[in-house]
Ligand binder design. Structure first.
Ligand code: IFM
Length: 468
């Protein structure tokens, strides 16, 4: 397969998140986050691994920025660790915590790379969890204050802001499935968490607009959901899952209303007791871009609820079951590689949401079983094929009229893959966790060549300049 040719104005980057790469969890006054606690709870994370050291990006960020400069990316998406900035989730910021992000932003700008900040990539200060966490409305207000602190400090240099990363995971993997921190299995409180995350997003949009002149968006991970059969029951199962995975996020943010499919999905759990008048006006504040993370489709069939009594169900117990895809390659995450579904998802979102803002693909990539050969080289052909095929799929979405402005590979580095620990490797750069040495993989060299050709077209082809 040859490399796809994408419009020269499309921006490219790589992405990481604080808890997955920074390490240095005891540096400065940083407080514990819910992930520090979760990692220390026996049986939660594979092999008992933690983000304590991770890739040591906190100390090695200069080397990582140099790698990105050599790669030739336009953008670097990283997250700010809330407990590094406000150790207990409120009050006076820790100067040492903020200073780290100052240094990182300055180093990026010196290297000609635009910083793109995610304010929340799952590391809630533990002190806030102790007070109810995302189940509590107060956490949304604390988040807005934190957003203001970071924006006041960095808005002179940062032009693109992402409020939350994948609130679906925070709310439902965290409070209903229990596979992410804080690791509980709840009903209505998980739906309250979802609402408060949305409210936190909307309040932060207000703060960012007041403090910063840059662009503001959110990153969601809408799923491309397929029914296992054409039966009425399987199609209804997909619609329930669409509400849980996609609509409960996209509808309030883009249309200012919750979907009418909530009752069919959650019954009495979605009692709305946690919603206040005016919340939807805040949640629906207009955005400059929508971040979308995409990796793989999901196939579903109708299935019995785990719990017969609707009042005792978790918010994830919606009567659906995943069905494996046969005859396709799977990554080491067990995710099927079906790039056409990336086009389908983007086109589908564009049709469903007429007011869809310009899109940034804020994550896309694959975890592979890549190992160095005798000479230390990582020949990760599967990752190159994955990225190439997904870029070709993106190009088809653009041809179909979807307004996509940027694309980020997940991830720059191998890193801490949450409950899976360190053995799921997504990086363009291999990290040797014994020595913390970085070793660019073949996919890094491929992306570098791809970006060089892309940049060359910028100077050759006349483009219509546009914001973004
Ligand atoms: O590593 C994660 C990231 O933190 C959020 N999006 C999905 C990635 C791969 O699972």
């Amino acid at each position: 397969m040859t490399d796809p040719v994408l419009p020269p104005e499309l921006l490219f980057g790589t992405a990481t998140a604080a808890y997955q790469v920074e390490g240095a969890t005891h540096e400065g006054a940083r407080g514990p986050s819910i992930w520090d606690t979760y990692c220390r709870t026996p049986g939660r994370v594979a092999r008992g691994e933690t983000g304590d050291v991770a890739c040591d990006h906190y100390h090695r960020y200069r080397e990582d920025v140099a790698l990105m400069a050599d790669l030739g990316v336009d953008l670097y998406r990283f997250s700010v660790a809330w407990p590094r900035v406000q150790p207990t989730g409120g009050g006076r910021p820790d100067p040492e915590g903020l200073a780290f992000y100052d240094r990182l932003v300055d180093t990026l700008l010196e290297a000609g790379i635009e910083p793109v900040i995610t304010l929340y990539h799952w590391d809630l200060p533990q002190a806030l969890e102790d007070g109810g966490g995302w189940r509590s409305r107060d956490t949304a207000h604390r988040f807005a204050e934190y957003a203001r602190v970071v924006a006041d400090r960095l808005n002179d240099r940062v032009r693109r802001w992402i409020t939350l990363n994948e609130p679906f995971c925070s709310a439902f993997l965290g409070h209903a499935v229990g596979r992410h921190a804080p690791g509980t299995r709840e009903g209505t409180p998980a739906l309250a968490a979802a609402h408060h995350l949305l409210l936190a997003h909307g309040l932060a949009v207000g703060e960012l607009r007041a403090a910063a002149s840059g662009q503001v968006g959110i990153t969601l991970n809408p799923d491309h959901l397929l029914p296992a059969t054409g039966s009425e029951a399987d199609r209804a199962a997909v619609e329930r899952a669409r509400t849980l995975h996609n609509r409960v996020w996209l509808d309030p943010i883009l249309t200012g209303a919750y979907p009418d499919s909530e009752e069919e999905t959650w019954g009495p759990l979605a009692d709305g007791s946690y919603r206040a008048e005016g919340d939807l006006d805040i949640i629906g504040r207009s955005l400059d871009f929508l971040g979308i993370n995409y990796y793989r489709p999901i196939m579903l069939r109708d299935a019995p609820h785990t719990e017969a009594d609707p009042a005792r169900r978790t918010a994830a117990d919606i009567g659906v079951e995943q069905v494996p895809f046969e005859g396709v390659r799977h990554t080491t995450m067990g995710w099927p590689v079906l790039p056409d579904t990336f086009t389908d998802l983007l086109v589908d979102l564009d049709r469903r949401y007429p007011d869809l803002p310009p899109v940034l693909i804020t994550e896309n990539g694959s975890a592979e079983d890549d190992r160095p050969d005798g000479s230390g080289r990582v020949r990760d052909r599967e990752r190159v094929d994955y990225l190439r095929a997904h870029l070709a799929a993106l190009s088809r979405a653009l041809e179909a009229g979807v307004d996509v402005r940027g694309y980020f590979v997940w991830s720059l580095l191998d890193n801490f893959e949450w409950a899976h620990g360190y053995d799921k490797r997504f990086g363009l750069v291999r990290v040797d966790y014994e020595t913390l040495e970085r070793h660019p993989k073949d996919s890094y060299r491929w992306y570098r060549d791809f970006l060089a050709a892309h940049r060359a077209r910028r100077t050759q082809e006349p483009t219509t300049p546009r914001e973004g």
